[in-house]
Design a protein around this ligand. Structure first.
Ligand code: HSE
Length: 314
């Protein structure tokens, strides 16, 4: 017997962690999107959005990531006759590189699957959440939606068929996110993907594999310094996107100088993040804000933890 209504929440995430472009992501302990969903027999799909940056989310319901992901579940579950009524409270700021569309997509897919009595398994729900990402930026990557849905650090080991492995956080570390106040393009992620090179020389591929190996083995072996070297070692994606973030190289340098294990762009940016020893997080955050300021960019920082919790019923 399906439920009538449900409220769920889904966390902010950091995608890529440097060289893990479209593969690796991490769930944060906050902020969260909170979504209430009801199923109806008639009418249209609707969504009311409030909260962080909601004034910028004026797209019609049928293109909203939350609705698209929820409708994908209805269709996959053979329940497309239902209409969705959604109320979304945005906790994750849109277009900052903190997985805003990923959180909304994961919440939409998870909530509708729960309302229907869990007809889909976790990988099927993830597929549906990826459709929300596609609606949001034109690409159905899973490195935000996977950690948003299942928590922890996630590694996508295959898109066809879809397979995700969840890894635990590295103890004793914190994540510093520094949000610069810079002008953002309407389709920020789409633009940040368009600046990437379509082909790269073999030497760079080798460099990227080195960084990816450091990142993944650092996580698996719980070696924060090695993980940090991996985060900082992206030689393909970060250099192409750094140009979009005024002062990026100075901010990254400041983080490392002050004792961060590693630093790079958070997702598609413009937020810059650092992995730090827990006790160094504030020192690193302040140094990063100062470095942005020296480039005439105002910014704020906040300290987070990697969270094992993904999307959940509240
Ligand atoms: N992997 C994605 C990117 C994450 O870097 O474009 C942002 O959605």
């Amino acid at each position: 017997m399906p439920l009538d209504e449900i409220t769920v929440s889904a966390p902010a995430t950091i995608a890529n962690l440097g060289p893990g472009y479209d593969i690796i992501g991490m769930a944060l302990d906050r902020p969260r999107d909170i979504l209430r969903v009801a199923l109806q027999r008639g009418g249209m799909d609707t969504i009311e959005v409030k909260g962080h940056g909601s004034e910028a989310l004026t797209i019609p319901a049928e293109r909203n990531a939350c609705v698209v992901a929820g409708r994908a579940v209805l269709e996959r579950a053979g329940a497309e006759g239902y209409r969705l009524k959604m109320w979304l409270d945005k906790g994750v700021p849109p277009r900052m590189g903190m997985g805003s569309s990923g959180a909304s997509s994961a919440a939409g897919a998870f909530a509708v699957n729960a309302l229907l009595g869990y007809p889909l398994d976790q990988m099927q729900v993830l597929r549906c959440a990826m459709e929300g990402e596609r609606a949001s930026c034109g690409s159905a990557h899973a490195d935000n939606v996977a950690p948003a849905l299942i928590g922890g650090i996630t590694a996508i080991t295959g898109y066809e068929p879809l397979n995700v492995i969840k890894l635990p956080p590295v103890e004793g570390t914190a994540v510093v996110e520094v949000n610069p106040r810079i002008e953002l393009a309407e389709e920020k992620t789409k633009l940040a993907r368009e600046v990437l090179p379509s082909s790269v020389p073999l030497g760079k591929v080798v460099g990227q594999m080195e960084a990816f190996a450091s990142l993944l083995l650092g996580i698996v072996q719980k070696d924060a310094a090695l993980m940090g070297r991996g985060i900082s070692g992206d030689v393909i994606i970060e250099p192409a996107r750094a140009k979009l973030i005024k002062g990026f190289n100075d901010v990254k340098r400041a983080a490392i100088q002050e004792g961060a294990h590693g630093a790079t762009i958070s997702g598609a940016g413009p937020t810059v993040f650092a992995l730090t020893p827990s006790e160094m997080a504030d020192v690193v955050g302040k140094a990063m804000v100062k470095a942005f300021s020296a480039n005439s960019v105002k910014s704020t920082y906040a300290v987070y933890q990697c969270s094992q919790e993904g999307t959940k019923i509240v």
